[in-house]
Design a protein around this ligand. Structure first.
Ligand code: 6PG
Length: 499
């Protein structure tokens, strides 16, 4: 006798099935059960399914069933069947999709929640729909705790399929301050995974940015306790209050007995791993011609962090020169501590705005190219970032309002004119100061560059480079007439200049 034996009264009863009982999967199961749905589970290791069902039977009774194989799992589900996959993204997910499609029947629905590339989700949808099955690619954000208490979901695919799983997903999702569920249909094909990819690219940029703020404060002589105190003050000001700031506050001051300084961060390895979503986001944005320097800088920062062997070799030879601080800058930091922190606050604030602006512009540009029908849903999608997910924070509220008021807003930065006016001097001062004190701050600098360049009428360097290309390649250049670029291209007569 096993708790996974399929009794007659269990057949065709479960509202939804979950494949994968690692932390995220198990937590999402408990969340769904708490909302009153009947659930069937399957995990590759049978003992894990047995344990999960046994541990939770007392609380949920026969609302929770489990299966030892895919055929039994299919028997437990109400038709048309609905199954969510929470296993490792990539080939393991493909294997589960294959196994489910072997036992599922026409019109049954498979929902993959993995951090997949949106192009792969579009391919999976086409492959399964050709077999008569139905598919949704649905990103989930919020980590293990989010899965238990209510994450944000990013579904994409065919609208009629969404209508059939919506009730369960909305019930399990986080709710924003106005009570709206943090889930909306993002668009067609791989739209949900596309939104999740850019959610993650924003996550990379803002995590890195908070890392740079931490490093700047350390460089100015603050210890973990002082950093914690200062960042807690920033949080209390409201606008920057967010999950990513909360975890930075925790990380900065977290104590550890083995660490000579007393802080865990000082004995922590600096190589930052990644699973791919940030890189894919930047690759696709670049391919479709959408500039996203802060997102790219975050990916590059992780890549540089991984080069720890080369960094150490370089450091032994040139490190003394490259990280040499201007004495003046160091003294200024210590002497003007209050001013340093105030300016750094604005640098963080505006870099966050710039990072979100790039994220939203990249989604718009990718959508134009791949026709995922995301843009019409963008205001609602942004509203779903307000709770449950890693990005959640106060600033998502004015961002939601900006896009709801004007979905065609040229760029998110236009909704933050007042803050840009107030904070730009501090942003510039911070970047200047950190350059002089020998710090590396890829996302802060890239964000300043984006904010300045993307609001310039004329890019002087752009004018010069356009002519350089004409000198050696006769590539032609546009002119500016009445404030607009001319349609036609021109060539100039240049003197002979062989390279
Ligand atoms: C989330 C996270 C989560 C995870 C990503 C990024 O929204 O809950 O984005 O999905 O952190 O996989 O992971 P990497 O940093 O390893 O690429």
């Amino acid at each position: 006798m096993s708790v996974l034996d399929v009794k007659d009264e269990y057949v065709g009863q479960a509202d939804v099935g979950v494949v994968g009982l690692a932390t995220m999967g198990a937590n999402l199961c408990l969340n769904i059960l708490d909302k009153g749905f009947k659930l069937a589970v399957y995990n590759r290791t049978t003992a894990t399914s047995e344990k999960f069902v046994s541990d939770n039977r007392a609380k949920y009774g026969d609302k929770l069933t489990g299966a030892a194989n895919f055929a039994d799992f299919a028997k437990l589900l109400k038709k048309p069947r609905r199954a969510m996959i929470l296993v490792v993204a990539g080939p393991i997910t493909d294997g589960v999709i294959q196994s489910l499609s072997d036992v599922f029947e026409k019109d049954d629905i498979i929902v993959d929640t993995g951090n997949a590339h949106f192009k792969d989700q579009t391919d999976r949808a086409n492959m399964l729909e050709a077999k008569g099955l139905r598919f949704l690619g649905m990103g989930v954000s919020g980590g293990a705790e989010g899965a238990r208490k209510g994450p944000a979901f990013f579904p994409g695919g065919t609208l009629s399929i969404w209508d059939e799983v919506k009730e369960i997903v909305e019930a399990a999702s986080a709710k924003a301050i106005d009570g709206r569920p943090c889930v909306t249909m993002c668009g067609s094909g791989g739209a949900g995974s596309c939104v999740k990819m850019y959610h993650n690219a924003g996550e990379y940029a803002i995590l890195q940015l908070w890392g740079e703020v931490y490093a700047a404060m350390r460089g100015a002589g603050m210890d973990g306790d002082q950093i914690q105190k200062e960042l807690t003050r920033w949080k209390s000001l409201g606008d920057l209050d967010s999950y990513m700031l909360d975890i930075t506050i925790e990380v900065a001051g977290h104590k550890n007995a083995e660490s000579p300084s007393g802080f865990l961060v000082d004995v922590t390895g600096d190589a930052i791993g990644s699973k791919g979503t940030g890189l894919w986001s930047v690759q696709v944005a670049m391919e479709v011609g959408c500039p996203c320097p802060s997102l790219a800088a975050a990916v590059v920062s992780r890549q540089m962090s991984m080069e720890h062997i080369q960094r150490r070799l370089n450091h032994a030879i040139i490190g003394g020169e490259t990280s040499k601080a201007s004495e003046h800058a160091r003294k200024a930091e210590a002497a003007f501590h209050e001013e340093f922190c105030r300016d750094l606050y604005w640098a963080a604030y505006l870099a966050i705005v710039a990072s979100y602006a790039q994220m939203f512009e990249a989604i718009r540009a990718v959508d134009r190219e791949y026709k995922l029908n995301i843009v019409g849903n963008l205001p609602r999608i942004i509203s779903t970032f307000r709770a449950g997910c890693i990005l959640q924070g106060s600033m998502l509220q004015p961002m939601t309002e900006a896009f709801e008021k004007n979905p065609n807003i040229p760029n998110l930065m236009c909704a933050f004119g007042k803050q840009i006016g107030e904070g730009m001097p501090g942003f510039r001062a911070t970047c200047g100061r950190l350059v002089l004190s020998g710090e590396s701050m890829p996302v802060l600098q890239a964000s300043l560059c984006y904010m300045v360049t993307m609001s310039q009428n004329i890019i002087l360097a752009g004018q010069a480079v356009s002519l350089q290309r004409d000198v050696f390649g006769r590539h032609g250049f546009k002119k500016i007439r009445d404030g607009q670029l001319t349609e036609e291209s021109y060539n100039e007569e240049w003197p002979e200049m062989a390279p």
